[in-house]
Ligand binder design. Structure first.
Ligand code: NAP
Length: 258
């Protein structure tokens, strides 16, 4: 059986996506930086679900990361029928106060590597009788977000890239979907440096297990965009009707850095 390749599978939503697919008896490939966490998780998945689970520790924000993934797949003759581009993070800061190197690193991970992995795996995915791409964006993708300007824009890119690719592949065997979670209790807030928002974020956060369950069900149904949770769905849909200056003011209030 072919594998599901999940980026950012060492924690948070990615780990739950892996568990959700493993519980459906799908074999799993995990890619992230933390070798020890990946090794432990793979051995848990093997024992608990009696599936094949393998991992590659790699920093996916580097320009040639997708080539390392490809040579690992080739070397081990791993076939892939699901590509889940989940690895990503945010930088919470006004643009002018952020480190440019950090913003660039984030954009490489959130956008460039996601596109490279889709591009590189497409020929193989098209050979499978049925295959899936699930790209993880965010509810932040649907309006500009001051203090998360680059992150929100990178996730808008993910939504539009995914929808475009989906249309290009509509006559193929590859189903392409986008998962846009809202606040979810994971390591995201810590990595983004959003300490002062943590308490408030937790009140509105979904559990990553719930996000993953909805995400995988939506992917398997072939949905274009999956927005887990009614409040998240409502907030995204309100942005289509609300004037931009109002939605941006609301976002500014929610994500103030001081
Ligand atoms: N949590 C939220 O509130 C939220 C909301 C909307 C969207 N999202 C999106 O959901 C996705 C998953 O985030 P999460 O909430 O689960 O965050 P998380 O708990 O911080 O997990 C992020 C995952 O990405 C991996 N990762 C980070 N940098 C990497 C790199 N340079 N190379 C390879 N792997 C890397 C991490 O593993 P290592 O550290 O081991 O590399 C980890 O497995 C992201 O795309 C995020 O933007 C999250």
């Amino acid at each position: 059986m072919a594998f599901a390749l999940i980026t950012g599978g060492s924690g948070g939503i990615g780990l739950c996506l892996a568990r959700e697919l493993a519980s459906r008896k799908h074999d799993i490939l995990l890619v992230a930086r933390s070798a020890e966490k990946l090794a432990n998780l793979c051995s848990e998945l093997r024992k608990e679900f009696n599936i094949r689970a393998e991992f590659l520790p790699v920093d996916l924000s580097t320009p040639d990361a997708h080539l390392s993934v490809k040579s690992w797949l080739n070397k081990n003759s791993f076939e892939v029928d699901m590509l889940i581009n989940n690895a990503g993070y945010g930088v919470w800061s006004p643009v002018e106060k952020a480190s440019l190197a950090e913003l660039t690193n984030m954009m490489n991970l959130n956008m460039n590597t996601l596109v490279s992995l889709c591009y590189m795996l497409l020929p193989e995915l098209k050979k499978q009788p049925k295959s899936f791409i699930l790209n993880v964006a965010s509810t932040a993708a649907y309006q500009a977000v001051p203090t998360l300007a680059t992150y929100a824009a990178s996730k808008s890119f993910v939504v539009l890239f995914t929808r475009g690719l989906r249309m290009e592949l509509k006559k193929s065997t590859v189903s392409v979907s986008c998962l846009s979670p809202g606040a979810t209790s994971t390591g995201f807030v810590d990595r983004a440096g959003m300490d002062s928002l943590k308490e408030r974020a937790e009140k509105f956060s979904m559990k990553p297990e719930a996000v993953a369950k909805i995400g995988i069900a939506g992917m398997l149904k072939g949905k274009a965009e999956i927005i887990p949770g009614f409040i998240n769905w409502l907030s995204v849909n309100l942005t289509y009707f609300g004037p931009k200056n109002i939605t941006e003011k609301v976002a500014e209030g929610l994500y103030k850095t001081n």
